[in-house]
Design a protein around this ligand. Structure first.
Ligand SMILES: Nc1ncnc2c1ncn2[C@@H]1O[C@H](COP(=O)(O)OP(=O)(O)O)[C@@H](O)[C@H]1O
Ligand SMILES: [Mg+2]
Length: 362
């Protein structure tokens, strides 16, 4: 998917903006605080209805305004699309595709996957299970779209079971009913995640067998969220007393994690800061490749301040990968020439200067 036009209204400091990016690399430059990251965030918002920065919708809408919107025209193997997403202060999302009003944003998320690599992504190796779960679930959603239904069902059952446990006055028969439901739904969710995880390991492995991380012995381990040698129902029953004591379900796919090892120890304790960042970027670029392989659609890639995070060698190494990854790229940078010089020369690239809410060709 390539965006040919982007219209942004009331998104952080971007009041009104109409922009026509190029198909290859779009470098956004300008002084600190001018809105470079906000542009990337707006593209991410169009795909997900969310931000990649902390803070709720109140912080995303321009102060003093009641709603924001992002609209795009795009093309994908000969087809033209018009997509738009708006959100108001109450959090109500409206999504439109062509001239249709959608019930939710999912069709846009599937059509326009956006992989954003930003300040939080660089800490992927050090981050907790929630980030790892989000990473794998997002990938699974694109590789196997019915994943969302499975995940929503499990989350609903978990909420019900936790509410029952918190309430206190329940019997073993009551709890057993919910354990059975959770086990059935959780086992299906786990199987789907595992299948995508295996593909991820294969794809990452072929990257890490060559390249700058070759000597580090990196391996990924899937942790299901319960003792993997046991069936989920057996483990839920085994932990019954704990559930009653804590007033919550303590085992299941909501506790899933991905452990990252580097040789004999945990990567977070062994790798240098630079290696961790590179590993994180590699994992996100693997997502890009995998989504293309399973859907035939290249996700849009947003890179926030990448040149501030990596040295020249690592930067070149990352940009070399765009020889084969045929995505549209949006990159924010204080030093646009550094980014543009590392990008494959035969691909189109242009530098845009962000000036308040205007965007200008350099
Ligand atoms: N809800 C908002 N309304 C108006 N301005 C905002 C809002 N949220 C953030 N800002 C401002 O928008 C700018 C966004 O900066 P950012 O996109 O991070 O800039 P850059 O990446 O160029 O450094 C900052 O100056 C910030 O103060
Ligand atoms: Mg920024």
């Amino acid at each position: 998917m390539h965006l040919t036009r982007l219209r942004i209204r009331h998104f952080r400091s971007l009041h009104e903006c109409d922009w026509q990016p190029v198909d290859g690399l779009n470098v956004l430059t300008g002084p600190n605080g001018i809105g470079k990251t906000s542009f990337l965030e707006a593209i991410y918002f169009l795909s997900s209805g969310k931000s990649f920065r902390p803070g709720g919708i109140q912080n995303l809408i321009t102060h003093g305004q009641s709603s924001l919107s992002v609209f795009a025209e795009s093309h994908q193997v000969g087809n033209q699309y018009r997509l738009g997403v708006s959100k108001d202060k109450q959090g109500v999302v409206k999504a439109r595709l062509q001239d249709l009003t959608l019930k939710g944003i999912t069709p846009i998320s599937l059509l326009l996957p956006v992989v954003a690599i930003h300040s939080c992504s660089y800490h992927f190796v050090d981050s907790g299970p929630e980030t790892k779960r989000r990473f794998l679930d997002w990938l699974t959603f694109h590789v196997k779209p019915d994943h969302l239904l499975l995940w929503k069902k499990y989350r609903y059952l978990l909420k019900q079971a936790n509410a029952l446990l918190k309430q206190g006055n329940n019997t073993f028969t009551d709890r057993h009913f919910w354990y059975e439901q959770l086990a059935e739904s959780g086992t299906a969710l786990d199987a789907q995640r595992r299948a995508v995880f295996e593909l991820l390991v294969e794809e990452c492995g072929s990257r890490w067998n060559s390249g700058l991380l070759k000597q580090t012995g990196i391996k990924l381990h899937y942790c299901s969220g319960w003792k993997s040698e046991k069936e989920l129902l057996g483990e839920l029953l085994h932990q019954d007393e704990r559930h009653v004591r804590y007033g919550a379900i303590t085992v299941g796919p909501h506790r899933m994690d991905v452990r990252i090892m580097a040789g004999p120890g945990e990567a977070r304790k062994i790798l240098s800061r630079g290696q961790k960042k590179l590993l994180a970027i590699e994992m996100y670029l693997t997502q890009v490749q995998m989504i293309y392989e399973s859907t035939g659609r290249w996700p849009v890639v947003c890179l926030d301040d990448l040149d501030a995070e990596l040295d020249q060698e690592h930067l070149q190494y990352v940009f070399n990968q765009f020889e084969t990854i045929d995505t549209q790229v949006f990159a924010s940078s204080l030093h646009p020439e550094v980014i543009a010089n590392h990008f494959p020369v035969h691909k189109e690239s242009r530098v845009f200067h962000v000036k308040h809410d205007l965007i200008r060709d350099s």
